[in-house]
Design a protein around this ligand. Structure first.
Ligand code: NI
Length: 273
């Protein structure tokens, strides 16, 4: 699939799960006089279980011209991740993380193994996999709570499936609000709550990357036995990159910041500082 088409379709699935992102994007597009906005990166979540482990998903990115850039570790959340960059610099970076399922209780492992066993392997050949959502029957609300007690990430994934977790607006490409602080003031003026875990702004000019995120939208999602429950879905992120000594913008991620950005989908509305 051509990257342009891939990201257009991905965006449509994303704004269905994060209606706030479309509204926020419109605010900034209007402010910029309708110039197209640039995405810094798009992030996906998965499990390190067959058949949807990171190494099985990655070939789709490579086929679109992406290359592996850097690995990241999140020991507290029991995650690891890779970032991918495209030779065409207008294409967003991709951030793909994977949960180390064996690090959790046998109860959690069983739930996650059961969902993976339901996946039709033929589905994995198609790039629309990345907005396929759940490839398994809805989990029970009880199973969701069991996952949530140990990993917000696991609960999010089991309930929502494969889809973009967030898109990220590139602050560097904005002319009217070129600082992250100026961007956040506008977001707050429009009453979109921000993730304050670790402060509104994560990172600093010293680490060459500043990031911030909204709190995820909450939408009614289907669970087993025809139940619906409102849960956190997807959020919008903002990133400003700073130049390295060679003059090029820092291309990587900062694990300490990303660690707190993950908390944008926490179910508790008041994340720990
Ligand atoms: Ni991100």
């Amino acid at each position: 699939m051509q990257p342009d088409r891939f990201f257009q379709q991905l965006w449509q699935d994303y704004i269905a799960m994060a209606p706030q992102a479309e509204k926020i994007q419109r605010i900034f597009r209007d402010a910029e006089g309708n110039r197209p906005l640039i995405n810094d990166h798009v992030a996906f979540r998965t499990l390190n279980l067959d058949p949807i482990q990171l190494s099985a998903l990655e070939p789709h990115f490579l086929a679109m011209g992406y290359q592996r850039f850097e690995p990241y570790e999140f020991p507290e959340k029991k995650l690891h991740a890779w970032s991918y960059i495209h030779t065409d610099e207008s294409m967003p970076r991709i951030f793909l993380s994977e949960l180390e399922v064996a690090a959790f209780s046998s109860e959690v492992q069983t739930i996650l193994q059961q969902i993976c066993q339901q996946i039709d392997r033929r589905r994995l050949q198609q790039a629309d996999l990345f907005w396929a959502g759940r490839l398994w029957h809805p989990i029970t609300w009880e199973a969701y709570q069991t996952l949530l007690r140990e990993s917000e990430y696991a609960a999010w994934f089991a309930a929502l499936g494969l889809r973009p977790n967030h898109f990220t607006l590139s602050v560097n490409h904005l002319q009217q609000t070129p600082t992250l602080e100026a961007v956040l003031e506008i977001v707050e003026q429009h009453h979109f709550p921000l993730n304050t875990a670790g402060g509104r702004i994560k990172g600093s000019p010293e680490v060459l990357l500043e990031q911030a995120a909204t709190l995820a939208d909450r939408l009614p999602i289907e669970f087993a036995h025809h139940e619906q429950h409102e849960i956190p879905t997807c959020y919008y992120e903002f990133a400003r990159r700073y130049p390295m000594p060679n003059g090029k913008l820092y291309p990587g991620f900062v694990a300490a910041s990303a660690d707190r950005i993950f908390e944008s989908t926490n179910t508790v509305s008041n994340p720990k500082k």
